[in-house]
Structures are given as C-alpha cells and as structure tokens.
Design a protein around this ligand. Structure first.
Ligand SMILES: Nc1nc2c(ncn2[C@@H]2O[C@H](COP(=O)(O)OP(=O)(O)OP(=O)(O)O)[C@@H](O)[C@H]2O)c(=O)[nH]1
Length: 677
C-alpha cells in the first residue's frame, strides 16, 4: 500500500519535473526530501506522534528585512493570517506592539513569532490537505531604519534565511543594500520579494533589473507579492520552506542556545528570546550563562505564537523564550551563550560590539527623581541593549546619565519610550560624537562629551571619527550632492557612473557632519532618490575647537560643543542668537560663546538690547544664570529638533510635538526636510 502511494507521488513529481527544474534552487533532491517529509507525516499521524515537537528539518527560521516602509510589518500580518496564527481583521502591524511604533508608524524593535504552516505547492496539490507536511516557521520582523540595524543583525543570527522585501514603486534603497550584505555575511538564503505590486505605479520588471544589477541575483528568483491584498503570499510561504535551509544544529549534542534579545516583564522579570542551536531545553533544566558563569533554573519555556505560549521544551533549531530568574541587563547579556550545567561547550560567536554614533546626557526632569530614572533606564536597556549608559554629573543640571545611541532617531525613540513605558520625564543635552584627544605625553583618550576633565593636560591633537559614504544617485542630482558633501567637509574618493543614469559617489566625511541631518537633506535635494550607506573609516586629525557657552559669566556645561575651526564663528553666533530668546529681559544678562582653550570670545549678545525673551525672574525655578535649567537644556537641544519623525506625518498619524523638541526650527522647514526620509 505504502509502495503504491510512493509510486503515485513519484509519478506526480516526475510529471512536474521540467517546470520545476527551471528554477535552479529547486533540485530533484529537494523533491525527494519533500516526498520523504510527506511519508513521515503520514506515519507520524498513524503512530500518534505529537507534531508540535518539530525536528530541525521541519523548522525554518527567517527574518523579513527591507528598507523603511517597504511593507515588512504588513507582510508579517498577512503571513500570520494565512497560517491561522492570528485572526483576520486584527489591528494592522500586529507585531509593532510598542506605543512609539504605533505613533510613529515604524518598527523599532524586532519581534519574533512562530507559525505552523502546512506546506502547499504544486506537488502537494494532489495530496489531501491534511496529509501535507507541517512546518514550524519562526518569523522575525525587523525594523527598516538604519538606526535600528543592530536589531536586524541580531535577528539574523537566529535565522537561516531572509525575505528581502523591495517596494515595487521605489526599488532598491539604502537599507535594502545594507540588509542584503548583512544577510550575505551571515550566509543566509535570500529570497527577494517584490512587494506592493497592487499599486498602479509598481514596476516589478525594473526592480528585477535592479536586483540583478546590484546584487547579481537571478531575476527569476524574485517573487511578486502584495502584502496588502495577499496576492502571491502562498508562493512566499512555500518558498520559505523550499529555499531556506533547516537549522543545522545537533539534536544529540549538549544544549547550546543563543540569547538574542530580552525584555523586562513585571512578574516574570527578564524574559530572554533564544535560538536553540544544539540539544534540547526543558522546563526545570539548570542552565549557565557563558558570559557571567551564573547558573539559573528554567521556570518557563515556550514559543511566541504569537503571544507567549508555554511548551515546556524547545528543541534544536527552535526559536522561543526562556524565563530563568534573571533580574537585570548585567545578567541577560544579548549575544550570550546559555548551556546546560555540567556540560562542556564551545560558546557561540555572539555579536559584534555596538558602535555608538551619538552621545547625549539624560537628566531627570519635571518631578522625576534620579532613582526613578535609573530604574527606568535599567529596564529599558534590557530591551534595547544597544544603548550604553554611564553616570554623569553636571554643575548646572546635577546627576544624570550619559547615553550612547546608534543615531538620532534611536536617541529620540529611547526618550519617548522612557516617558511612555516608564512614565519618567527627561531632559537631554545636545548630542555629540566621540572624539579622541591626544595629549603631549602621548596618551589618547576617547571622549564623547565636552568635559573639562583633562583641561590641565597639554593637548596635542583632536582626532575625529570619519565615515566612508557611498551615494548612488540619478545623474541629474550629482551637482547638488557634490555641493552638499563639500559643505559638509567631505573629501571625494570616487565618482563614476554605474549606468547611464546612475552615478556612484564615494566621500570621506566627518561623522559629526552626518549624524544630525545629512541623510534628510540628501533625500530632499535628490527628491528621495539617493541611496546612502556608510561605513566607519579611520579617525582623522582635525582642527577642532571646543566652544563653551557662558550666561552672566557662568559656564553652562550642557551647551558646550565641539566644532570645526572654520565654523566656530557661525556656530557661536547661532548659539548666542538662540540663547538670547530665552533669557530674562529684565536682567542685565550677557551671553558669550568662548573658545575653550584660548578664551577667545567667538560671539556675544546682550538680550536687553534686543528686547525679547522669556521672563523667569520670579519663577522659583529660575537660577543664577537668569534662565531656568530647563530653558538652558532646551537650548542645548536645538540639534535634536532635526530627528526624523516624518513617518508619523506620512502615515497620517498625528504627531505629538514635544515642547522641548520644537525650540527653533520652523515647522514647515522641518517637515519639508523630512518629507522624503
Ligand atoms: N498598496 C500597498 N501598500 C502596502 C503594501 N505593503 C505595505 N503597504 C503599506 O506601506 C506602508 C508601510 O508598511 P509597513 O508594513 O509599516 O512597512 P515596514 O517596512 O514594516 O516599515 P518599518 O517597520 O517602519 O520599516 C503602510 O502604509 C502599508 O499599508 C502593499 O503590498 N501594497
């Protein structure tokens, strides 16, 4: 009987062999594997084997990666619906659970969920639906914005494949390129999916050409889909099973699992998201952290389906969660290997250390105490391990924290999450990039704040972080891009034409010049067409000056900044101009911006002469400086106003403008600049 069945299947497969083999990844070996799967399922059903215990060959771990807004979260919604994991008609962007994600309409946190999928392709059409093989698909939806690319790279470590989504109306964009290379470095199977084909302006053929030209991908491998209408998504699910290889772990080896994410739960304390690489994890097991050597007992283990679902065990290749009594970020270290007590294992490679791009001070504000802020930061960094935190003391602002972020949007989102999820209020100081100070005695110190800590040491040089930027742009925009890069002190490394219409520009640029608004301006001057990626380059010795701001001869540390010598006057002038609007007009205040080492006055203003400002004289919050601390801080935020919050507007979500984020940039100009980000 079984032989007869096999023969029938074999015939079916033979008849469809020709069209299938046109697809180079779809080998006859693959078909035989599928047949074996079908047979095993049939036997499993007969013998009453529990199919929720998926062997590695029935597991597929994949991420959805793409440029911002190309439709990752919408696709995740549809896949969850198609596999019956969630009901149709739920809130859109189901996996974007944070308030900040809903408000801004962007994903900032990678989310994992498992789906049970009954494989359905041309071979299986002839087979009864219930006899088709069942797979466990673990999906990780990732953020698209460059500031959250650390989330992407961590997610990829738990996967064997990616769906590389490309918007059929926009084509390949900066993060498409960056994510493709991230996935290639991890040796993952890449399935290109051209999304939004339902739109009238969609041009899938052009995108196929771009895929071939940019990544050398076979255009016939690209799947066409619409995450909105659901068109083509059955093929996407089938391709995940067929083209992503199963996890390669060893079932019989000692347990090894990668801790790739964590978050704080009020009752369960720290919940770790893990990928079981080898062996099996069961509730009650005693596990050890390779990073700290500390031991824990597993009190709960399960999968996200889509919410936490306790399963009592996680098998080789599965992605799920573990609760084991960890209490803090010091214990739950992202990238750590967890293993079973008394076993000897080789720790997993972990993750590359994070490179912080901007640093900013966070101080308690509006009734929040330092301990509340500390508690909130501790919990939040458990969920966002890419933020670095150090205690900082400021004469004007008291005790606070100096935090390192991956970019300005990341910084803004972190502040918003602190307020929304933990109810604390913070003031943040102007962001800086980290500089290396070289002293006469040969010592080099990396500093990411403008402190006076080494003021007595003789300084020999300041080295600043540089980046190598690659900009791909339609040829008609080359002129404005070159002008922008020159204004930003860029040094041209390469200028060539990829095709008749596309130019490639490579520039060495100071990081300080791109962290604030470079990308947004670039998008705006190229009507959104520029593709911009950058990598770290060697530090460069630069003519930099530290500017100190003085109000009534008192230094306001939070406003000190480092600028290029050539920009000292203009930055000094804009700082003083900005300051004078906030200073008590009834007090004879003076505002000076002074070059720190020489004491040279770069710019000075007397607000009374100009006759405007905000009076805080009788306010109990007023300080000796003639303005409130929060005013001083607000001023130090002038650069933060440029944080791209545009997706809010684009998606029709009403933006909540934060008072201190709207200091002086005209709203229209701000929105205009953000339009294309
Ligand atoms: N017409 C159409 N719109 C789509 C499709 N897929 C997504 N969208 C829309 O595109 C916008 C962005 O979709 P998201 O799913 O939030 O994009 P994303 O890639 O997850 O965005 P980030 O997480 O912020 O990077 C939303 O308004 C979706 O409704 C599609 O196939 N067709």
């Amino acid at each position: 009987m079984q032989l007869a069945n096999d023969a029938k299947l074999f015939q079916l497969w033979r008849r469809r062999l020709v069209p299938f083999q046109q697809h180079r990844r779809f080998s006859s070996r693959h078909h035989l594997q599928i047949m074996a799967d079908i047979e095993r399922d049939r036997l499993a059903k007969q013998n009453g084997v529990d199919l929720t215990e998926f062997p590695p060959e029935r597991i597929r771990n994949f991420s959805i990666v793409a440029h911002i807004d190309h439709g990752k979260s919408t696709l995740a919604d549809r896949l969850l619906e198609l596999t019956g994991t969630i009901q149709r008609g739920h809130n859109p962007q189901y996996l974007d659970k944070l308030q900040v994600e809903k408000q801004r309409g962007i994903t900032v946190k990678a989310q994992t969920t498992s789906m049970v999928y009954r494989h359905n392709n041309e071979i299986h059409e002839a087979i009864d639906k219930h006899d088709r093989p069942v797979y466990l698909l673990n999906l990780i939806d990732t953020p698209g914005h460059v500031d959250f690319s650390y989330e992407v790279s961590r997610s990829l470590a738990a996967c064997q494949g990616v769906l590389l989504l490309v918007d059929a109306t926009q084509g390949i964009q900066a993060q498409t390129v960056a994510n493709f290379y991230l996935a290639s470095e991890c040796n993952l199977s890449i399935i290109p999916v051209i999304n939004k084909i339902d739109l009238p302006t969609a041009d899938p053929d052009l995108v196929k050409e771009q895929l071939a030209a940019t990544f050398d991908l076979d255009p016939s491998e690209a799947l066409l889909a619409s995450a909105k209408t659901g068109e083509g998504l059955e093929q996407v699910l089938a391709a995940i099973v067929e083209r992503v290889h199963p996890p390669r772990g060893k079932v019989d080896s000692p347990l090894r699992m990668l801790l790739f994410d964590s978050y704080f739960h009020d009752y369960k304390k720290v919940i770790c998201n893990v990928a079981v690489v080898d062996g099996v994890l069961r509730k009650g097991n005693r596990i050890v952290s390779a990073a700290t050597g500390k031991g824990y007992e597993v009190s709960d283990v399960g999968i996200m389906h889509p919410e936490l679902k306790s399963t009592g065990s996680l098998l080789t290749g599965q992605v799920g969660y573990v609760v084991c009594g960890m209490h803090s970020t010091q214990e739950a270290r992202v990238g750590d290997t967890l293993y079973q007590r008394r076993s000897t294992i080789e720790p997993l490679p972990g993750f590359k250390p994070v490179k912080h791009m901007v640093f900013s001070g966070l101080y308690p504000a509006d009734g929040t105490s330092m301990s509340e802020l500390e508690h909130a930061i501790e919990k939040l960094t458990c969920n966002d391990s890419s933020v670095s935190v150090e205690i900082e003391n400021s004469a004007a602002l008291g005790r606070g924290f100096r935090c390192g972020f991956l970019g300005l949007l990341h910084m803004d989102v972190f502040h918003q999450r602190l307020e929304q999820e933990y109810g604390v209020h913070v003031h943040n100081t102007m962001p800086n990039v980290p500089y290396i100070f070289e002293f006469e005695d040969g010592n080099k110190v990396e500093m990411h704040m403008c402190t006076d800590r080494y003021k007595d040491k003789k300084r020999k040089a300041i080295w600043e972080p540089m980046v190598l930027a690659k900009i791909v742009v339609p040829s008609e925009y080359v002129g404005p891009v070159i002008t922008l890069c020159s204004e930003r002190e860029g040094e041209q490394v390469q200028f060539s034409f990829i095709t008749g219409q596309q130019a490639l520009l490579k520039y060495r640029l100071p990081l300080r010049e791109i962290v604030v608004d470079f990308h947004d301006i670039l998008k705006s001057i190229t009507s959104g067409y520029a593709i911009f990626i950058y990598e770290e380059a060697e530090h460069q010795r630069s003519s930099l000056l530290k500017l100190d701001a003085f109000l009534n001869t008192k230094k306001v540390e939070a406003m000190a900044t480092i600028v290029h010598k050539s920009k000292a006057e203009s930055v000094g002038k804009s700082l003083t101009q900005m300051l004078k609007k906030f200073i008590n007009r009834n007090v004879q205040n003076s505002i000076q911006v002074v070059e720190a080492i020489t004491g040279r006055v770069v710019s000075t203003e007397r607000p009374l002469d100009y006759g405007f400002g905000v009076s805080h004289r009788r306010s109990p919050q007023s300080n000796r400086l003639g303005c409130t601390e929060s005013t001083a801080l607000s001023l130090s935020k002038i650069y933060c106003t440029r944080v791209p919050a545009a997706p809010l507007e684009r998606k029709g979500v009403k933006k909540q403008l934060n008072q201190h984020r709207t200091v002086d940039i005209p709203r229209e100009a701000f929105l205009d600049r953000m339009k294309f980000s």
